[in-house]
Design a protein around this ligand. Structure first.
Ligand code: FDA
Length: 398
């Protein structure tokens, strides 16, 4: 069987579906192909089942990329407000969970359905369970061989995403195709991912599995103040997921367990005002008691002992306690990797891509959108906003 289309899009995820519907509404014949059995699987999994579909405060500063200016153009042309209008047109209930972070009130299925409905209304020709064998270009077209036969198209849009969660259909196919056309693929690593711990610390924290508290965590000059979650595998929660995107193997992390106080000042006051009390009682009012017990034994390992009574503490001792609790440094063993990561850092170098059209410079027929590019959002709905914005920028310039 041989087919023709104005545009072939590979990858029926967030970016691919958005691009397909937008191009199709503009009168283009669009063939959308995906090797998986269901479209938009990551949308379904996202936001703990409630899809954090955008962030009202999106700015280019919320993205990691070796070419930080690249995302500006697309983000400016398709804003969170544009996607919100689409959500409202579909009558989907949403809630602002944290400032700017919009989630579905009911289920991520609402966003998956929105994308599929738009694709259907606009006339997108969607084929799942389709594998791509080869791609070649002529002066003004693209030839694709696939499990559904040979296809000839005016343009090919690659929306195959990153490497995270292979069980949801992730592959490195988009990177391989980029290399085939001489593009540089920057090294990739898992982002927005939980940390694993060395056996000793893992054993010490294991009894606290499920415990969550607000901390500040820092690495490479970045700090996030959000909840930390202790799991049976290591450390997770929004603060740790956020910092994982800035962390590289072998780096130390610094945790401030009491991010909202000047601890040294507090300790000095306690010594003066409650000389007979024990510091652990006060700590137990600030943090979960079980955590305080573990932190005290971790301090002991560093040679820092709590005084019997606050009055017994020397200035040097208070200094050491404050510093250890507000700048608790450790080296994670690693991360859980692509198996559980929400995103992939790195990818196709955007220096070779037009920020206006998302086409390869000098090869207009080939375009890359979404997470396959070296543009990665922080936690909070930014990654979907990049998927929508890059998809629309591409579709409007096909
Ligand atoms: P996406 O991964 O969505 O789609 C790629 C598509 O290409 C898939 O359908 C895949 O099957 C297909 N494909 C891959 N290789 C192929 C091949 N060789 N042949 C054919 N098809 C192929 N972001 C956010 O903003 N808010 C959130 O709440 C969350 N939550 C979240 C939770 C979890 C568990 C994950 C894993 C991720 C998130 N994210 C998120 C991130 C977000 O899901 C992600 O950034 C976008 O889905 C990226 O959209 P893309 O369309 O680029 O890739």
């Amino acid at each position: 069987m041989s087919k023709t289309a104005d545009v072939v899009i590979i990858g029926a995820g967030a970016a691919g579906l958005m691009c397909a519907a937008t191009a199709s509404y503009q009168g283009k014949s669009v063939l959308l192909l995906d090797h998986s059995d269901k479209p938009a699987k990551k949308v379904l999994m996202s936001g703990g089942g409630r899809c954090n579909f955008t962030n009202l405060n999106t700015t280019p500063a919320n993205f990691l990329s070796t070419n930080p200016h690249f995302c500006i153009s697309a983000l400016k042309r398709y804003t969170p407000q544009h996607f919100l209008e689409l959500v409202e047109r579909h009558g989907i209930d949403y809630v602002e969970k944290a400032p700017g972070q919009l989630f579905c009130t009911n289920s991520s299925k609402d966003i998956q359905q929105l994308l599929l409905t738009e694709a259907e209304w606009s006339g997108v020709n969607l084929h799942m369970k389709t594998s791509i064998n080869s791609v070649t270009t002529t002066a003004d077209s693209v030839k694709i061989t696939s499990s559904m036969g040979n296809i000839s198209a005016g343009a090919l849009v690659v929306a195959t995403g990153g490497l995270s969660i292979p069980t949801l259909g992730a592959t490195g196919w988009g990177y391989d195709l980029a290399r085939q056309f001489g593009l540089e693929v920057l090294s990739t690593r898992a982002g927005l991912v939980p940390f694993t711990l060395h056996p000793e610390l893992k054993t010490q924290l294991a009894p606290l599995s499920g415990l969550s508290c607000e901390v500040s965590v820092s690495c490479h000059g970045q700090t996030f103040t959000e909840p930390l979650l202790i799991t049976h595998r290591g450390l997770s929660g929004p603060a740790l997921l956020q910092i994982s995107s800035y962390w590289q193997a072998g780096d130390e992390l610094s945790i401030n367990w009491l991010p909202y106080c000047n601890l040294l000042k507090e300790l000095q006051q306690l010594r003066q005002q409650h000389p007979r009390a024990h510091l652990s009682s006060w700590l137990g009012e600030q943090l979960p008691k079980r955590l305080v017990t573990v932190l005290i034994s971790l301090l002991k390992e560093k040679g820092i002992h709590l005084p019997e009574r606050n009055a017994d503490a020397s200035n040097q001792q208070l200094d050491a306690i404050a510093n250890a609790l507000q700048n608790w440094t450790f080296k994670p063993a690693g991360t859980e990797g692509y198996r559980t990561a929400e995103v992939t850092l790195g990818g196709i170098n955007t220096q070779q891509i037009s920020s206006q059209t998302l086409a390869v410079n000098g090869l207009e027929q080939i375009r890359f959108i979404g997470e396959v590019l070296d543009v990665t959002g922080q936690l909070g709905g930014y990654n979907f906003q990049w998927a929508w914005a890059s998809a629309v920028a591409c579709a409007n310039n096909l």
